[in-house]
Design a protein around this ligand. Structure first.
Ligand code: NAP
Length: 314
């Protein structure tokens, strides 16, 4: 016999009869943790457009399960003209916080009650933490994720190893440049297709960051200890980055922030000639660590099991 459907009153006072409850002998209903435990439930997610391709829910939900937290992390596709409504709703809905990805990184910055000094220098946020009083605190954890991704591949890496060449001057390049300066790099050769943007970014510290024309990118590799691609060239749907690696020492570490695909033409070419390489997955995984800690109070670890789980989605 079918169980009686629940009778519920709508907010307008009308009675709503839910669909009949069907017996489901093969499968048992498992209440989500927040229904079975008397613990506060915490919610977080990633806002962007498009955003369904983001692997962040896989990463955070893996840690939520690992630490038996009463929490969940989801995708939130937010149209460009709705970002203010969405961000302002976080506190009312009881969110612990949210990641912010393109195209909202700059707009969300302007909606914060407080912004960390590093995010202030980078000029963009990628994480919002909702404080107990409802205040919104903006952070940028891309810089931390980037440095850790280099150390994963070369544990002895030091920014003082030699000159760094950074390609690009968008949001990711800003995080990379700030991260390298904070790590003690003494020279950054910065080149971008649009020269003006490289000049602007070099103002962060003109003693260290030297802007070059895009046509100088090949020669800029002479004597470099680190090469970072922070353009979108080589990303799925984009042409390969046009760059001759002839002048790059084989001892240089080559980082490509792109993670779709994991092996860009730049990473493949660098590895083939003997350079150590770091793809964008490490940065993605490691930027998530401080965000998770800020929301849920536990510092998670980037393990082989987590990597495998994310890699299985490519
Ligand atoms: P962005 O702000 O839109 O910047 C895009 C950059 O690519 C700009 O420097 C742009 O140069 C350059 N570019 C675009 N088309 C080009 C072309 N045809 N030739 C040469 N350069 C070109 O994007 P973003 O947020 O900085 O992201 C940049 C890359 O980093 C993306 O591939 C993104 O997926 C990756 N990323 C990875 C992570 C991670 O966790 N692994 C995090 C953030 C970003 P112009 O200034 O001339 O337009």
């Amino acid at each position: 016999m079918l169980a009686q459907p629940p009778r519920i009153k709508s907010s307008l006072g009308r009675e709503i009869i839910a669909a009949p409850l069907k017996p489901n002998p093969g499968r048992q209903f498992r209440p989500p943790p927040y229904m079975s435990e008397n613990k506060p439930f915490k919610l977080a997610g990633v806002m962007g457009m498009p955003v369904l391709q983001s692997r962040s829910p896989i990463i955070h939900n893996h840690w939520i399960l690992e630490h038996s937290l009463s929490a969940a992390y989801g995708h939130f596709p937010v149209q460009i003209d709705r970002i203010e409504d969405a961000v302002r709703g976080l506190s009312a809905l009881g969110f612990a916080g949210c990641n912010i990805t393109q195209p909202h990184k700059l707009a969300a910055f302007g909606l914060m009650d407080q912004v960390s000094p590093l995010a202030q220098r980078i000029g963009a946020i990628n994480c919002i933490v909702v404080r107990a009083n409802g205040a919104l605190h903006g952070f940028n954890f891309d810089a931390e994720g980037f440095i850790q991704s280099l150390r994963d591949e070369r544990p002895a890496w030091r920014a003082s190893d030699g000159p760094a060449v950074v390609l690009g001057a968008g949001g990711a390049a800003r995080a990379v440049v700030c991260a390298l300066i904070d790590e003690g790099v003494t020279e950054i050769r910065l080149t971008n297709r649009t020269r003006d943007k490289a000049d602007q970014l070099a103002q962060i510290d003109p003693r260290i960051v030297h802007a070059l024309d895009w046509s100088q990118r090949h020669a800029a590799l002479e004597g470099a200890a680190l090469l970072v691609n922070s353009t979108n060239q080589g990303m799925y749907g984009q042409p390969a980055l046009e760059l001759s690696l002839d002048a790059l020492p084989v001892t240089a570490l080559v980082s490509d922030l792109i993670y779709v695909p994991l092996e860009t033409p730049l990473i493949a070419a660098a590895r083939a000639r003997g350079n150590t390489t770091a793809n964008g997955l490490g940065m993605l995984l490691h930027q998530a660590v401080p965000a998770f800690e800020a929301w849920f109070g536990v510092r998670p670890r980037v393990t082989a099991a987590l990597r495998e789980r994310v890699l299985a989605t490519f």
